[in-house]
Ligand binder design. Structure first.
Ligand code: ADP
Ligand code: MG
Length: 153
């Protein structure tokens, strides 16, 4: 298990982290984005998706109501926001399990998926600290942890 931690003093630092993580991601990686409302999950996801898509101006709406948005890029990216998920059956309708295998997946409110989140998912925990945010990244898989450590330097 790899654990990394960093203080993100401003929004720019969160955007930069998204760009760094984009370099580390491989097919099949799942990022579980933990944090309260306003912690910066969508900001991070947006930056990561733009970097993977190679388009800094790509529209990346929060998938609060659609639950998922799909993007093409260096690898396909599925951006989930499960805040409004009402049942586990809804995960089946979204094709959640297959989606996680197709490319990279970013999941906001992963606790809503319960045991359906893979054990190997990379946890990204965001919390408010003063005017900024603290991020803690936990990668259970050593290979994924090593990739992320390199891009996190
Ligand atoms: P979430 O998706 O977790 O609800 P958002 O990504 O919508 O949160 O971000 C909420 C607010 O936090 C945005 O206004 C964003 O600019 C701000 N924010 C993001 N990262 C930081 C940071 N490191 N320091 C201060 N503000 C930040
Ligand atoms: Mg959000």
């Amino acid at each position: 298990e790899t654990v990394l931690e960093r203080f993100l003093p401003d929004e720019r630092a969160t955007l930069r982290l998204g760009e760094d993580l984009a370099l580390a991601l491989r097919r099949g990686d799942v990022l579980a984005l933990h944090g309260d409302l306003g912690a910066g999950k969508t900001t991070l996801a947006r930056s990561l998706i733009r970097a993977l898509a190679g388009d800094p101006e790509l529209e990346v709406p929060s998938p609060t109501f659609t639950l998922v948005q799909v993007y093409e890029g260096r690898l396909p990216i599925q951006h989930f926001d499960l805040y409004r998920l009402s049942s586990e059956e809804e995960l089946d309708e979204l094709g959640f399990d297959d989606a996680l295998e197709q490319g990279a997946a970013l999941v906001e409110w992963p606790e809503k998926a319960g045991h359906r989140m893979p054990q190997t998912a990379i946890r990204v925990e965001l919390s408010e600290e003063g005017d900024g945010r603290r991020v803690r990244i936990v990668a259970p898989d050593p290979a994924a942890g090593a990739r992320i450590s390199r891009s996190f330097a």
